[in-house]
Design a protein around this ligand. Structure first.
Ligand code: FES
Length: 180
């Protein structure tokens, strides 16, 4: 990768200054992603240059960890768990239904910038399988027929992100589930 015109990212410099210590690369990448929403190629090159690391090392970390994204993300990231418990309970059918509804594939974002779709590993809520997450919300024990209704709730402007068990759709905050 080549940096055509070296941008000056003052905010990135501030993050690097604060977290530039052994083992600090992941922390730096997390903080920078929090600021920009994703880690573009230019940003990765800039960080590698500043840390005097090979770009392959920075890019290797970015592509290894699923929490990092190299593309702009939508307002809501939908995670479809494809862990074993969810898989055997039909997670693939739910993933297909979401793809059909949003007309995107995995790791893509809808044209309106509202949703990004991801397939995930087990999120630790196997008792609710099959499970999807939308932003911070966890929707459990769902079937493909419920997908349009779930998505529509997030399309509404005044969406209430604390939707719970409406219309037989089980919806829990992760924290609430873990507390039980
Ligand atoms: S396998 Fe899906 S939450 Fe554990």
């Amino acid at each position: 990768m080549q940096l055509k015109e070296k941008p000056v990212y003052k905010e990135i410099d501030a993050v690097i200054e604060k977290y530039n210590k052994p083992g600090g690369l992941i922390r730096i990448l997390q903080k920078v992603q929090d600021m920009y929403g994703y880690l573009s190629e230019d940003v990765q090159i800039y960080i590698a240059d500043r840390l005097k690391l090979p770009i392959s090392e920075v890019n290797g970390v970015v592509t290894f960890y699923s929490l990092f994204s190299t593309k702009p993300k939508g307002k809501y990231t939908i995670g479809v768990c494809l862990g074993t418990a969810c898989y055997v309970k039909g997670a693939n059918d739910i993933l297909k239904k979401i793809k059909d509804e949003l007309k995107i594939n995995e790791d893509e974002t809808t044209e309106d910038g509202l949703f990004t779709l991801r397939a995930t590993r087990c999120i630790g809520a196997c008792g609710l399988a099959p499970v999807i997450t939308v932003g911070d919300d966890v929707h459990g024990r769902i079937n493909p027929g419920e997908v349009p209704k779930i998505l529509s709730k997030y399309r509404e402007k005044d969406v209430d992100t604390n939707i719970k068990n409406k219309d037989k759709v089980s919806c829990f905050r992760v924290a609430e589930y873990i507390k039980e």
